[in-house]
Design a protein around this ligand. Structure first.
Ligand SMILES: NC(=O)c1ccc[n+]([C@@H]2O[C@H](COP(=O)([O-])OP(=O)(O)OC[C@H]3O[C@@H](n4cnc5c(N)ncnc54)[C@H](OP(=O)(O)O)[C@@H]3O)[C@@H](O)[C@H]2O)c1
Length: 383
């Protein structure tokens, strides 16, 4: 019998609680995965809850065990990802913390494919006589943990592509500032998406045309603004771009490696970090290399916010895990651009690579979200 076969119905309920806690760390926990943990006593009391702290430490289990104190002994601990088995300079391994706390039972969503753990945490817990159940809500856990799983399995962060289109399915052209085709509710949701990712990425064309700030502007959530990254092969981002005004939020300019970059010093003086990336056969920054570069920097998730040329490049590379489309009621008009530089929205359904996963309305606007069919299975096969 596989370990998945004998979990109890309440395990799924508790794992869902742990997953909601895990989600709180999205956009903050990198370079570590956003994990959630709940400690439940034999009488059913929740004695401790935790989620990965900003910057990745302390881990969720350490926080939850700390809350629970002596009540952790004999408890059941629900944790979305296998507890780490490796000590780090920043803290003890969660497996050791659990062994010290002496729970009776540990319920795990997914194994951690990180080679430093990869089943070793589970083995050590079982060897100490603790009952371990694994594989509870694996698909849901894979979705929340996708960035980490992709980073380990594919060497790249999870990618969400976001775009806003008019009722005609076209992208309105910028005119020195962003043009809004959707109302405040949809835009607020899009800012929440920003907060849940480690990096927002756009092409240089969007910086030049829209001059966006690319920060999270929900009340009280400015501190959740992710790093802003621009694909800018020859470092031609204008030094007076609005991006540079907020010095608290880093700007990474991803440029072509091995090419003389005369503006590098000027842009560096404006606060940008210059990040060289190999180019493809057309002399463009290679999407896969850009993602690998971000992954090496610890990034687990990125939100691609356009424009159409960059959106197309990511789709062509088959490196988009989710697409979120906000569709307003107004028309983008005769100057409207096709959302994927030559291809319309129908590309998503026609490609067979994506399935419609959710629809929502925000006032007069409609959001549809599309999942890449292969991403979840790729992530699950890694775990
Ligand atoms: N409604 C929306 O959701 C939304 C969102 C964003 C933008 N927009 C609109 O989209 C328009 C800008 O889009 P765009 O397509 O012209 O520009 P873009 O996609 O923002 O940027 C394209 C530029 O990125 C650089 N780049 C580097 N590597 C690349 C790669 N591998 N693939 C593609 N580009 C790469 C290139 O500049 P270098 O050659 O200099 O490297 C390229 O010209 C504006 O009108 C803006 O208002 C709409």
């Amino acid at each position: 019998m596989s370990p998945q076969d004998h979990h109890q119905p309440q395990d799924e309920y508790r794992m869902a609680q742990a997953l909601r806690l895990a989600s709180r760390g999205l956009g903050l926990a990198w370079p570590n995965p956003a994990v959630g943990a709940v400690v439940v006593t034999p009488s059913g009391e929740i004695a401790g809850r935790g989620w990965t702290a900003p910057g990745g430490r302390p881990h969720a289990e350490a926080i939850a065990l700390n809350h629970a104190g002596a009540k952790a002994e004999g408890s059941t601990v629900y944790v979305t990802l296998e507890p780490c088995a490796h000590e780090s300079v920043r803290g003890m391994a969660c497996t050791d913390a659990l062994l010290e706390a002496k729970p009776k039972h540990i319920v795990i969503g997914l194994r951690d494919p990180d080679p430093r753990t990869a089943g070793a945490g589970i083995e050590r817990l079982r060897a100490a006589g603790i009952e371990v159940t694994e594989g509870v809500l694996p698909e849901e856990v894979a979705r929340v943990t996708l960035g980490h799983l992709m980073r380990v399995a594919e060497g790249r962060p999870a990618v969400t592509l976001k775009l806003a289109v008019g009722a005609d399915g076209l992208v309105p052209e910028g005119d020195g500032k962003p043009v809004w085709v959707t109302g405040p509710e949809a835009r607020a949701h899009a800012h929440l998406l920003r907060a849940r990712h480690d990096v927002i990425l756009v092409g240089r064309g969007t910086v030049v045309t829209d001059n966006p700030a690319l920060t999270c502007r929900l009340p009280g959530m400015a501190w959740r603004s992710p790093i802003r990254a621009v694909l800018d092969g020859r470092l031609r981002t204008p030094p007076d771009a609005t991006l540079f005004d907020d010095i608290m939020v880093p700007v990474w300019l991803l440029c072509a490696a091995g090419v003389d970059q005369p503006n590098a010093e000027l842009l560096h003086d404006r606060g940008a970090e210059i990040v060289p990336v190999p180019v493809d056969n057309h002399g463009r920054i290679d999407v896969q290399d850009a993602l690998e570069t971000l992954s090496h920097r610890g990034i687990t998730s990125i939100l691609v916010e356009g424009g159409p040329s960059v959106a197309r490049a990511f789709l062509d590379a088959d490196m988009v895990d989710e697409v979120v489309v906000y569709q307003g009621r107004g028309q983008a008009g005769s100057d409207g651009l096709t959302p994927f530089a030559g291809d319309g929205l129908d590309r998503l359904a026609a490609s067979g690579h994506f399935t419609l996963s959710a629809t929502r309305t925000f006032g007069p606007d409609r959001m549809t979200s599309w999942r890449r069919v292969r991403s979840c299975s790729q992530a699950l096969s890694a775990a």
